[in-house]
Design a protein around this ligand. Structure first.
Ligand code: NAD
Length: 281
């Protein structure tokens, strides 16, 4: 079994981005800028935003966090998005999800300028992805594809099983795999026999949010396993896969933490630098 080390790869990508950001500043007087919109006081969202801000700082990207109370209205958030759309120094806009119930998340995501949609959640970019065309790709599935590429894992012709079908993880993950030539099953809460699907897969990618959802009996010998889930169990972070139980059966596996999570942040930085280059160089 080999570990797919997302932490190491993300550090390598961040080192490369730092050099690229320095050269953008030197040659074009451009400092990439990211605006984050954080609504409410959800500890997980606050922790993610803080990690993203620190990562920006480490590579030289300017970042600003617009913190708003959970009682904020839809029009007030929309106003901030419009301001960021019109701010030339901001290249990427990230709306940290989930948003409170009084807010229409979809229409806010649609309000983000497509050229600044570094999270890739705008319907335009989603449509581009489904068609295999250029556009921003959601950071988590993009990070998974980079990690697989780093270990020379070509998914062309493989049977892939994506477990979890959310707009931000499962659906874009499935599209990327399909575009890369895999045969893709997408499983979700209403899937009748999850094990039948996972057992047939050469590569299983799980983003659900349920510890121990994937056990050794559900995997074929030598399967590749990508664990996207993040769960807190007794103050420890774990994924959706029973890591210790499956590790001797699989060929490759991502750890949690240290697998997909750091890659997600690295891809956010990469998308922001790409946005700055496309908009201002
Ligand atoms: P979500 O709640 O929006 O979606 C969960 C999906 O899992 C749904 O499609 C649902 O139908 C499916 N599901 C639920 N129970 C199931 C079951 N028993 N069997 C099969 N499918 C089932 O969640 P999300 O935002 O997509 O996040 C999923 C997980 O990925 C969470 O643990 C989240 O913390 C993690 N996540 C990790 C990263 C990262 O960077 N590693 C990024 C985003 C999300």
């Amino acid at each position: 079994m080999q570990i797919l080390d997302g932490k190491a790869l993300s550090n390598k990508i961040k080192d490369e981005l730092k050099i690229e950001v320095e050269s953008l500043k030197k040659n074009h007087d451009v400092v990439p800028g990211l605006a984050v919109i954080l609504v409410g006081a959800d500890p997980a969202s606050q922790a993610y935003v803080s990690m993203k801000s620190k990562a920006c700082k480490a590579v030289g990207i300017y970042s600003i966090v617009h913190e708003m109370p959970s009682t904020i209205s839809h029009p007030e958030i929309l106003e901030i998005i419009k301001m960021m759309n019109n701010n030339n120094y901001i290249d990427g806009i990230l709306v940290q999800l989930p948003l409170p119930d009084q807010v229409d998340t979809i229409s806010l995501l649609e309000a983000v300028d497509v050229s600044k949609d570094v999270d890739g959640f705008h319907p335009y970019n989603m449509g581009q992805l489904v068609q295999g065309l250029d556009g921003f790709v959601p950071c988590t599935p993009l990070g998974v594809m980079e990690l697989l590429a780093e270990y020379n894992i070509d998914v062309k012709g493989l049977n892939a099983c994506v477990v979890g079908a959310s707009n931000i993880v499962g659906k874009p993950m499935a599209s990327l795999l399909l575009n890369a030539g895999a045969t893709v099953d997408i499983c979700h809460i209403f899937t009748k026999d999850l094990k039948a699907h996972t057992l047939n897969a050469d590569i299983v990618l799980v983003g659900v949010g349920k510890p121990d959802l994937i056990t050794p009996d559900m995997l074929k010998e030598g399967a590749i396993v990508v664990d996207i889930g993040i769960n807190k169990v007794e103050n420890k972070l774990v994924g959706d896969v029973s890591f210790d139980a499956v590790k001797e059966k699989v060929s490759y596996i991502t750890p949690v933490p240290g697998g997909v999570g750091p890659m997600t942040i690295a891809m956010l930085l990469k998308n922001t630098v790409e946005a700055a280059k496309a908009r201002r160089c």
